[in-house]
Design a protein around this ligand. Sequence first.
Ligand SMILES: [Zn+2]
Length: 117
Amino acid sequence: MARIISLLNCKCPKCEKGKVFSSKGFVLLGRMPIMNENCPSCQHKFEMETGFFFGAMFVSYAMAVAEAIVVFLIAFNFVKSSILLVLIVAMVILLMGFVNLRYSRMIWMYLFTKKSR
Ligand SMILES: [Zn+2]
């Protein structure tokens, strides 16, 4: 449970103390999240090998599909126009992209990194 809280707080998967992202980014200003190369606390290298975060793309895709389904099911009750429905789902996916980017990388790192004791 503590590990899930560390994941949600974007803490290092190794020591659970250092921050993974130096900037969370801001979707409305188009600022991307900035990731630290190493943990500021234990110096664990987050990108363990070249292309390590390629797999996080699939996690991000799954998150986007899940969000789209939830938004569609909610909006379907209120919106009768199918074009508006598609636009609402597309907007939510775009806005959630920044959150998905951070958490897909966090989930991917937590899957493949054991906590140090
Ligand atoms: Zn660390």
